[in-house]
Design a protein around this ligand. Structure first.
Ligand SMILES: [Zn+2]
Length: 272
């Protein structure tokens, strides 16, 4: 006789795989991104159940939708995501890695704290993604968060815009509303859930800009000479000019989700 739990776990895995297959078919994921998404999505589904999975699926759909929005225009600016916005495995782990760890922690230990951490991490990932994509469409150039008098090129890490800020609020409101509608935090009021998500999301995306302006690696392509934040450009490793050598955009994103999670938990602890 098969235990029901095993059937349930296999059913959940099937749902995660189908979601990732649809995403790869829509060119929202590449192959490595597919495998990373299944791993991250399944850890979250097992730990927090379908409600948690709907939250990360919502984040993914919102993120991809904003990446696709005016993609050709953003590409001309030089700030669009590469490969049509298809997410690769580092991107999936940067945005969902901390959330997956909270999913596994919920599975092993349980308790409301991990749900709050998870909500904060997802809200931060969404806020940061939408801020970046909408920020590229801002009419005036971004200003450096650490030196508001300094204008930087669209897409530069650490640059902030009004539209980007509006995007972070919108995205974290959306994630908070989904979580509240699903009753993800059980006994907590919907207003509380939305507040925790918005504060976590804004803190995460602010942290992303601050780290982006200070610790993130910035360099120059040794082939074409353009300023770049990538570790590799034109097929060659880039020359570092400032920041830590390992601190690329993905590491900064991961740190931002951890900050969002921590701030959400701190706020929940203070309010309860
Ligand atoms: Zn180059």
């Amino acid at each position: 006789m098969l235990p029901i739990n095993l059937l349930l776990a296999l059913g959940e895995l099937a749902i995660v795989i189908v979601f990732a297959l649809v995403a790869i078919k829509a060119r929202a994921l590449d192959r490595g991104g597919f495998l990373a998404s299944v791993a991250v999505g399944y850890a979250i589904f097992l730990g927090g159940g379908w409600q948690w999975f709907v939250v990360i699926a919502s984040f993914f759909i919102i993120g991809v939708a904003f990446t696709w929005y005016k993609y050709e225009y953003k590409k001309k600016l030089g700030g669009a995501q590469e490969k049509g916005g298809a997410r690769n495995w580092p991107n999936i782990l940067a945005n969902g890695g901390a959330a997956a760890v909270f999913g596994l922690a919920e599975l092993l230990f349980g308790g409301a704290a991990f749900a709050v951490l998870y909500l904060g991490a997802m809200s931060a990932a969404a806020a940061d993604t939408v801020a970046t994509e909408l920020g590229l469409l801002n009419r005036t150039p971004p200003r450096l968060i650490t030196h508001p008098g300094t204008k930087v090129a669209p897409g530069t890490s650490g640059g902030v815009t009004r539209l980007g800020f509006a995007g972070s609020i919108l995205a974290s409101l959306a994630i908070g509303s989904v979580a509240a509608a699903l009753g993800m935090l059980g006994r907590f009021s919907p207003a509380f859930v939305v507040l925790v998500a918005v504060v976590g999301g804004l803190s995460g995306s602010t942290a992303d800009s601050l780290i982006g302006a200070t610790l993130q690696r910035k360099g120059v392509c040794v082939v074409c000479g353009s300023a770049t934040e990538n570790l590799v450009h034109c097929g060659r490793p880039t020359e570092r000019r400032s920041g830590f050598f390992f601190m690329d955009n993905n590491i900064v994103n991961l740190l931002a989700t951890v900050v969002g999670a921590g701030v959400s938990l701190a706020l929940a602890a203070v309010l309860l």
